[in-house]
Design a protein around this ligand. Structure first.
Ligand code: WQD
Length: 324
């Protein structure tokens, strides 16, 4: 299948494109390179430098496309609160521009990367797809709004979708083929590995007095290659079924900040400096999700999301980027 991957030069996009190629599909990467990098465009994939905010560029890219995988967007939760207009343009207007172009081009299937951020403060754990949605950030709001728009585009224009609510995406390609690191990362794992490499002097744990086993925050960390394999399952689903679906991509397991730091220190042999700081505003103590629906409906299971594989694959990616 010829598949347009918006944001295909990004962290998650590059892993999705790799698996599409391996499964014999023809991915077309559509990316404005504002966050993604050319390093991340996998050999064998077609590349179009373009912006989802440009109706003419999107329409041209949709030529001959059967399914869109829509990953383009901004994802820094904190920045979305200080620069909401950027998030409104890229995540909301960009998605609307893409959906309208899909109608014009007659493309009827989309896989959309949504987020755990649509849920907000957990009321029940593990979080299931019917958990109330009350985003705590403008970023989460933009993802939820696009989910709602998709339901309307389905009803009014027959566009079928699979929405994936990703939990904490981590890890790198187990084959070591994807080497592009995120620029100015804001998430825990890349911050830790920058300390391993000596690119930053310490890691700050945001709070050690949460009601969790060791007092540090707990999250559901999912390997990016497991996220990617979910997209292949979604393609099969959209091929066989004429209906839409919203599912979590998660592991069902929570891991604490302290556990991750310990695992990275062990694997890397680097005893980087760790300090305890105050809790980050808006951070829930723990989040983990049920992945039962993805298993039951899509036949998807995570296989790379154990902490050892996450740490090993990330370490290799950072070693490959060692500055001389
Ligand atoms: C993980 C844990 C921090 C940095 C965000 C979004 C979510 C999704 C994933 C996109 C928390 C702690 C972090 C540090 C720390 N994104 N931490 N020191 O906040 O769980 O989730 O990214 O859709 O929607 O909200 O991810 O990696 O920032 O934090 O102690 O320097 O690490 O408090 O417990 P988060 P994160």
């Amino acid at each position: 299948m010829r598949i347009l991957v918006t944001g295909g030069a990004g962290y998650i996009g590059s892993h999705v494109v790799k698996q599409l190629l391996r499964a014999g599909h023809q991915p077309v990467v559509f990316d404005n390179l504002s966050v993604g990098t050319l390093d991340n465009v996998i050999t064998g994939a077609e590349f179009i430098e373009g912006d989802i905010l440009s109706p003419t560029q999107v329409l041209a890219a949709l030529e001959g496309i059967e399914v869109v995988i829509h990953l383009a967007g901004l994802k820094a939760v904190g920045e979305s609160m200080t620069h909401p207009a950027k998030y409104a343009w890229n995540n909301l207007v960009g998605s609307i521009t893409l959906l309208n172009a899909m109608i014009e081009a007659g493309v009827k299937k989309i896989i959309f990367s949504s987020s755990a951020a649509v849920y907000g403060e957990p009321i029940e754990l593990p979080m299931k797809e019917d958990h109330p949605t009350k985003p705590l950030s403008f970023y989460g709001h933009t993802k939820l709004e696009v989910e709602k728009l998709l339901a309307w585009y389905d009803q009014l224009s027959g566009i079928k979708f699979v929405v994936f609510r990703y939990f904490n995406a981590v890890g790198y390609d187990p084959d070591g083929d994807i080497k592009g690191l995120e620029r100015a990362p804001q998430n825990l794992l890349p911050i830790i590995f920058e300390a391993v490499m000596g690119w930053r002097d310490k890691v700050t744990i945001f709070g050690d007095n949460y009601p969790t086993a060791d007092g540090t925050g707990v999250r559901d960390y999912i390997h990016v290659s497991d996220l990617a394999s979910g997209h292949l399952k979604a393609l099969e689903y959209l091929d066989k079924n004429n209906n839409s679906l919203t599912v979590n991509l998660a592991t069902g397991q929570g891991t604490s900040v302290a556990e991750i730091i310990k695992a990275v220190k062990q694997e890397s042999g680097v005893d980087f400096k760790v300090e305890i700081g105050p809790p980050r505003p808006g951070d829930p103590a723990q989040i983990f999700a049920s992945a039962d629906k993805a298993g039951a409906v899509l036949g998807w299971q995570p296989v790379f999301s154990d902490m050892a594989t996450i740490v090993k694959t990330t370490f290799r990616a950072y070693e490959q980027n060692k500055k001389n």
